[in-house]
Design a protein around this ligand. Structure first.
Ligand code: PEP
Length: 258
C-alpha cells in the first residue's frame, strides 16, 4: 500500500491562534495505526506569521510544517521577502515554490521559480515544486508542452545530491480554488509524465513523489489518490478544517486500503 502525502496550503488564511487550535484538534485525531509514518506524510503550510505558533503546537507523528514561499537571495534590500535560510531557521522542514498564485498573481517566471528551487534545496528544505497549465493552455492542447517547459527549466537548477528532497505537485491552474478538479485520468496522465521526466533527470535513486492539487476534497480524493502516479494531494480550501483535510486521506484508505 502506498504512502500518501497530505499537504495543506493555507494560503493567506489562519491567524497564529487559529493555527494553534488546528494543531490541537489535529493531535486529537491522528493517533493509531492509520496515521503511522509509513502510511501518511502530513505537512501544513501556514502563512509566515503563523508558522511559529503552528510549529509549537505541531502534534507528534508524521506531521511537519513548511512555508508557502521563500526568496532566492540570502539577505539584503528585498523588502517584504523572506529568505530560505529564515524559513529553515524557524524550524520549517518544507517550502512550496512555483505555486500558480505566485506565478500568475505575483508574476514569477520559470527562471525565478528555478532560482528559488535551487536555493530552497541548498538550504536543506524539502521543496514542493508546483506546476500546471492554465485553462487556455489546456484547451489549446498545450498541457504537456507547458508542463515540460516548467519542469525542465526547474530541474536544471536542482543540485543532483538534493534531488531526493524534491516533491512535485501538479496543479492545473483552472482547478485551483474553483471546485473543478481534473479528472483522475487527466491528473494521472500529467503526473505520470512528470514522474517520467524526473526519472530521466535524476535516475531511479531519487524517488520523487508527485502530488495532485486542485479542488481536492473528500468526495474526489479516493479516485484521484488511487491512481498509480499520484502519491498524494496538495490541498487548499479543504485543508482549513481538520475534518475536511483528514477526510481526504481517510476516504482513500476506506475505499482502497480497507
Ligand atoms: C492549492 O492552493 O494549492 C490548491 C490546490 O487549492 P484548492 O484545493 O483550494 O483548489
Amino acid at each position: 500500500m502506498k504512502k500518501i502525502y497530505l499537504y495543506g496550503n493555507w494560503k493567506m488564511n489562519m491567524l497564529p491562534e487559529e493555527g494553534e487550535e488546528f494543531c490541537r484538534s489535529l493531535a486529537d485525531r491522528i493517533s493509531g495505526r492509520l496515521y503511522g509514518s509509513d502510511c501518511v506524510d502530513i505537512c501544513l503550510f501556514p502563512p509566515f506569521l503563523a508558522i511559529p505558533a503552528v510549529l509549537k503546537a505541531l502534534p507528534a507523528g508524521p506531521v511537519s510544517a513548511g512555508a508557502q514561499d521563500g526568496y532566492f537571495e540570502d539577505r539584503g534590500a528585498f523588502t517584504g521577502a523572506v529568505s530560505m535560510a529564515m524559513v529553515r531557521s524557524v524550524g520549517c522542514s518544507h517550502v512550496l515554490v512555483g505555486h500558480s498564485e505566485r506565478r500568475h498573481i505575483f508574476g514569477e517566471t520559470n527562471e525565478v521559480v528555478a532560482r528559488k528551487l535551487e536555493k530552497a534545496l541548498n538550504s536543506g528544505l524539502k521543496t514542493v515544486l508546483c506546476f500546471g497549465e492554465t485553462l487556455e493552455e489546456r484547451e489549446g492542447g498545450k498541457t504537456i508542452q507547458v508542463v515540460q517547459d516548467q519542469l525542465l527549466s526547474a530541474f536544471q537548477s536542482v543540485p543532483e545530491v538534493r534531488a531526493r528532497d524534491l516533491v512535485l505537485a501538479y496543479e492545473p491552474v483552472w482547478a485551483i480554488g474553483t471546485g473543478k478538479n481534473a479528472s483522475p485520468d487527466d491528473a494521472q496522465e500529467v503526473c505520470a509524465f512528470a514522474a517520467k521526466l524526473a526519472l530521466e533527470a535524476f535516475g531511479s535513486g531519487s524517488l520523487i513523489p508527485v502530488l495532485y492539487g486542485g479542488s481536492v476534497k473528500d468526495s474526489n480524493a479516493a479516485e484521484l489518490l488511487s491512481r498509480q502516479d499520484i502519491h498524494g494531494a496538495l490541498v487548499g480550501g479543504a485543508s482549513l478544517k481538520v475534518d475536511s483535510f483528514l477526510a481526504i486521506y481517510e476516504n482513500y484508505r476506506k475505499a482502497f486500503a480497507g
